[in-house]
Structures are given as C-alpha cells and as structure tokens.
Design a protein around this ligand. Structure first.
Ligand SMILES: *Cc1c(COP(=O)(O)O)cnc(C)c1O
Ligand code: SF4
Length: 354
C-alpha cells in the first residue's frame, strides 16, 4: 500500500503503447534519410502487439503500418480532402450533415496507419485539447438538431477511462443527443485496451454504438475476438468501417474472408470506403471499379450481412455517397430489366404509385 507505482503496475495496454516503435532507425532501409523525412511529416507508431502480426516484409499488416518513402511523393492530393476544417464551426468538430456531428476527442492512435486520411493531424499535440472538447460539447448542447454524436480522433479509446467517462457523461446528459457513436481502431490494433472495466464504463451510456476498423483477416486474432465479444456482451452494437487498400485487401476473396470473420466476432460490416485522395496515401488508392467488383462478388454469393455499403467520401466535403454495381439495367414496357448476382438477366414487373 502507498508504494510508488513501478512500470509493472501499468495496465497491459499502456505498457504495449510505451513499447511502441516510433523511429525508423529500427527498420532496415535503403533510404534511411528519406524514411526520417516521412516520419517527421507523418508520425510513426507500431505497438508490439500489432508488430507481432507481421509475418513478412510487405505483407498486409506491414504495408498498413510501416512508413514508406512513397508517402513523400504525392503532390497532387489534398491535405484535407474532405474539407473537415471547412465544415468546422468550432475546432475539432465537423457538422456536415443535418442531424449529426463528428467530434475529435483524442489526437493519438495505437498505430499510425500509413493510409490514414487524417494523417496530417494525428499524433500532433494541439489537434485536440481539453478546451476544444469543451467547446465541441458546448456547440452540441446549443444545437438541438444534433441527435447523433460520433466521437473520433485519433482514437477515443486511447483516453484514460476516467476522461472518456467525463466526455460521455457530458454528452449523455444532453437531452437531444439520442445516440453516441465511438469510432475506434483499438479492437484491431490494441485489443488489450478493451478491459472489463472499459466495457463496464461504456455500458453506462447506452444507446452507444461502436464502429471498429479491420482491414484484413490476419487482424482477426484471438485477442481481437475477445475484445469484440467483450464489447458485444456489454450490449454495444458493433459495425466495421473498412478501407479499400491496394496490396492489402483489394481482392474479392480476401474481402469475403474478412467480412465472414467479422460476423463471427459479432461485428457487422458497415462501410467499405474507397480511399480518400489524402496527401501521402496515393500508393494505396485503387480504382472505384475494383471496389464495385468486390461488392459484386459479395452480394448474393455470401450472407447479405457480409455486404457493407461501398462509399466514396466526396472531395471537398460533399459527404459519403454509396455506390452500387448496376443491377438495374433498364426498363421496357413497364418492366424492369435486372441482372442478378450470377449475371443472369431478368424481367421484373414494376408497380404503380397511384
Ligand atoms: C462519416 C461522417 C458522419 C457519419 O456518417 P454516417 O453515414 O451517418 O455513418 C458524420 N459526420 C461526418 C463529418 C462524417 O464524416
Ligand atoms: S487508427 Fe484511424 S485515425 Fe488513427 S491513424 Fe489509423 S486510420 Fe488514422
């Protein structure tokens, strides 16, 4: 009792974070100076858990987390492609849609993903402060039309339980806020963070939804399974926001395996995002046709629960727009001409509205 805390007293997840690789010196590279420049522009962090998932150089886990000199040669793309700052009435809050807002509550992540569309901001002090969070909550309190608040960052679950609890309590106390959502990659990149205490805390703020972020079947480990089950057992509906990434998951069979494995850990695929044109990420971006083809190979071929909305987030802040393969081919004599998942053509009678 009363003894000083030693390193061994740190919860497992904090020790893992402290033991993260933050410097490219640890990496074998033929361009060490260029890699240093990458890191000075876009921070690096790979915690030992996520590092341990790498099997070999350039595998899907490696590509998502290891800095790459291609992040530097990306002149055409926009630093803030979604114009989040343009729709930001107060710093750290984006109000783009009529009834919901995005509130940044943390600037840190458990791994700095190389494809991140906020990579110009994450890991920088000043992106989020106690003051910006307070102003964001004041804005929500003053805007009765906001019925859905999405907490994002950075990763909200890198906050300490007590701090997260304060923010959730303040939002929960606002009568017009009907639901709270947390967007987090922690169940994938640092599942040890999902402690029984955290699940118990989150449970107090229902209806609370969570969107997790898995991009490859190799990420669905025993640890991630435990984390997601713990959240689901706390009554939190789990969705997944996956990003379509060249050389990582831009393959129908990989994506099908990922979506099936998500359902097994009680996560419903929600969005599959086409890569945003964010500066420093163009080597990850595929064509939109590739995403549409993946959806075509999922729909009908496996459980409908496996099929996320494939969406682009419009450049300049137009919001998310879902895209579908063209099943409706045309109309003829009051009938619809429709192609099914096997590519067979059908005529289906239309109805009338009067
Ligand atoms: C993605 C996003 C939302 C939430 O969109 P949903 O389609 O409701 O999941 C809200 N605000 C902003 C700024 C967003 O980028
Ligand atoms: S966890 Fe999310 S916000 Fe953080 S670096 Fe990865 S993609 Fe970006």
């Amino acid at each position: 009792m009363g003894a000083e805390k030693t390193e061994n007293d740190l919860p497992d997840w904090k020790r893992l974070l402290e033991e993260s690789i933050m410097e490219p010196d640890a990496l074998p590279s033929s361009h060490p100076e260029k890699l240093k420049r990458v890191i000075s522009r876009y921070p690096m962090r790979i915690n030992p858990y996520y590092l341990g998932l790498i099997r070999e150089k350039n595998d899907p886990i490696y590509r998502q987390s290891m800095p790459d000199i291609r992040e530097l040669d990306d002149k055409g793309a926009a630093p803030d492609p979604l114009n989040e700052e343009g729709h930001s009435p107060v710093r750290g809050l984006t109000h783009r849609y009529p009834d919901r807002v995005l509130l940044l509550v943390s600037s840190e992540c458990a791994v700095y993903c190389r494809f991140c569309n906020r990579k110009r901001k994450v890991g920088r002090p000043g992106m989020v402060t106690d003051r910006s969070i307070e102003e964001g909550i004041d804005y929500i309190r003053a805007h009765r039309e906001v019925r859905d608040v999405l907490l994002s960052g950075g990763d909200p679950l890198l906050l300490e339980d007590a701090r997260l609890g304060e923010i959730l309590s303040a939002l929960h106390a606002i009568s017009h806020v009907e639901i709270i959502r947390i967007g987090t990659r922690v169940p994938c990149t640092l599942p040890q963070r999902i402690t029984p205490e955290l699940a118990g805390l989150l449970q107090k703020f229902h209806p609370l939804y969570m969107n997790v972020h898995f991009n490859h079947p190799l990420e669905i480990t025993a640890e991630a399974t435990l984390a997601c089950n713990r959240l689901a057992d706390a009554g939190i509906p789990l969705g997944c926001q996956t990003v379509l990434l060249k050389g990582v998951n831009d393959d129908p069979s990989v994506m099908q395996e990922l979506m099936r494995k998500l359902l097994i850990i009680r996560v419903k695929p929600y969005y599959l995002f086409h890569g945003d044109p964010a500066r420093g990420t163009s080597h990850f971006r595929t064509s939109v046709s590739r995403g549409l083809n993946i959806i075509r190979e999922l729909q009908g071929h496996t459980s409908g629960l496996c099929v996320p909305h494939f969406a682009i987030d419009l450049l300049g802040g137009g919001g998310k727009v879902p895209l579908l393969p063209d099943y409706l081919q045309g109309r003829e004599d009051g009938s619809l001409l429709v192609t099914n998942y096997r590519g067979n053509a059908y005529r289906h009678p239309d109805g009338t509205d009067d």
